[in-house]
Design a protein around this ligand. Structure first.
Ligand code: CMC
Length: 433
């Protein structure tokens, strides 16, 4: 369903009045369509971090940040995480409906069919330093997919778009595991197609050719849920990056590589790594009050990592699921009394009762517990954002596809409020002061 307009908003500037349609979606705040503002009034709007701007119409993911609601295609994240699996979530995000049994079997097979990467890619990996950050390797390797699979880069061919999408959902986990293996100097493990998506990822990361690898079902189940929780999050920074990159007609591999680059930042996907570093820095429960004071100090730039969100002004619904899973994984791996978990629980308790955090509506986000969980599973901190990228790939692709299939789509091109020098004449170098 396209957005409908039943009322107008009026803007008055210098005694002149302009009318703009107010559009309603199926749920969520209405938006004022100011697409013709410049043509009518010669004005731009100013909203630097897009805090009040809807950049597109989308049918994929809905968030109510005040109520702490996250839904994929209308289905609550809690139900999907409890009852579904990650590939089912991928199908849902891509096609809009939950698959029937036969659709699910077919989809799983199609993903599995694409898990191997071109053998030449192993040589591409060899050109990196061993100590390269796996996210740096991922940005390069995913971008390089366009060079290895140029038969699926024509965005005007719907079939090529589907093939590129399946390739990325299937191959990005393989590349992620290769980035890890390369970093620790172990041989790459080819994907094993008899395993589920999450099992295969654990296998490619932690198996070695000289030993049998036994899948731990608790860890595989938890990883599958982590992938579901991170699969999409509407128009966040990396998704908007993917859409903007794609709006120029760039090939899908290049667009997803751009999304991965954006995700790397500590305010976005890098936050779980930063949250774990913070818990480790605090070290023990008795150091928490001092840390909280530093966070609240206006003169310090210390933030409580894993807390706060641009959209959620309530408990992030993913954080609740993550907290429960964290306990299960730590118990399973024998880290139930990990001091970091104790610090996290106590820190959360104190912060939720502290006026500073209450006033600013700062609650734990998904990253508060994901770092401890992933660490207990055996992943090094440098891989945390990589796992986020593996999960988010399907969200980026779904959003990119939605945009490409929109007949009204055109290149994204924000405007600016120029505050630099006004016109002046060139001064020869010898005459400059
Ligand atoms: N710790 C302490 N104070 C905070 C925090 C925090 N984590 N987050 C926001 N604030 C304060 C901030 O100092 C400001 O206070 P004041 O009004 O006194 O100046 C107020 O809250 C509003 O902050 P803001 O920076 O304007 O809020 P934002 O919506 O731009 O920032 C955020 C959102 C996620 C970047 C921010 O909350 C943050 O830096 N959090 C820590 C990093 C983090 O956990 N990021 C993961 C986000 S979830 C995963 C993802 O989507 O990628």
């Amino acid at each position: 369903m396209n957005a409908t307009s039943t009322k107008n908003a009026t803007l008055t500037v210098d005694d002149k009045t302009y009318e703009f349609p107010v559009l309603s979606g199926t749920v969520g705040p209405d938006v004022v369509d100011i697409g013709k503002l410049y043509a009518q009034a010669g004005l731009f709007t100013y909203d630097p971090a897009f805090t009040s701007t809807a950049s597109c119409q989308s049918r994929i993911t809905y968030i109510d940040g005040d109520a702490g609601i996250l839904e994929y295609r209308g289905y609550p994240i809690e139900q999907l995480a409890e009852k579904g699996d990650f590939l089912e979530t991928c199908y849902l995000l891509l096609y809009g409906e939950l698959p029937t049994l036969s659709q699910k079997r077919d989809f799983d097979q199609r993903v599995i069919h694409h898990t191997m990467v071109h053998e030449q890619m192993t040589r591409f990996f060899q050109s990196f330093r061993r100590d390269a950050h796996p996210m740096a390797v991922m940005v390069a390797a995913v971008g390089a997919l366009a060079a290895f699979y140029h038969d699926s880069t024509d965005i005007n061919d719907p079939q090529q778009r589907v093939v590129a999408s399946m390739r990325m959902i299937a191959k990005i986990p393989t590349l992620a595991a290769m980035a890890y293996k390369y970093n620790i100097g172990q041989p790459f493990m080819y994907p094993k197609n008899s395993l589920s998506f999450a099992e295969n990822f654990l296998y490619m990361c932690f198996a070695v050719p000289c030993e049998d690898y036994k899948i731990n079902p608790v860890l595989a189940g938890a990883l599958d849920k982590i992938f579901i929780l991170h699969a999409d999050h509407e128009q966040n920074a990396s998704t908007s990056t993917v859409r903007i990159a794609g709006s120029s007609g760039a090939n899908p591999f290049a667009c997803i590589a751009a999304g991965i680059a954006c995700l790397w930042g500590p305010a976005h996907g890098g936050a779980n790594e930063a949250a774990l570093a913070m818990l480790s820095e605090i070290g023990t429960v008795d150091k928490i009050p001092d840390f909280i004071n530093r966070v609240k100090d206006k003169n310090s730039d210390v933030r409580l990592m894993g807390f706060g969100h641009r959209v959620y002004k309530n408990y992030d619904p993913r954080a609740k699921i993550m907290q429960k899973m964290c306990h299960a994984v730590l118990n399973e791996t024998g880290h139930g009394d990990d001091p970091m978990l104790k610090v996290a629980i106590e820190l959360e308790k104190i912060a939720l009762n502290d006026q500073y955090f209450i006033d600013r509506k700062l609650y734990p986000n998904v990253d508060f517990y994901s770092g401890i969980t992933l660490k207990a599973m055996g992943f090094p901190t440098s891989m945390f954002t990589v796992l986020f990228a593996v999960a988010r790939t399907v969200g980026w692709i779904s959003q990119w596809s939605e945009m490409i299939e929109d007949p009204q789509q055109k290149i994204g091109r924000p405007r600016q409020l120029y505050t630099g020098a006004t016109r002046r004449d060139y001064v020869d170098i010898g005459d400059r002061k």
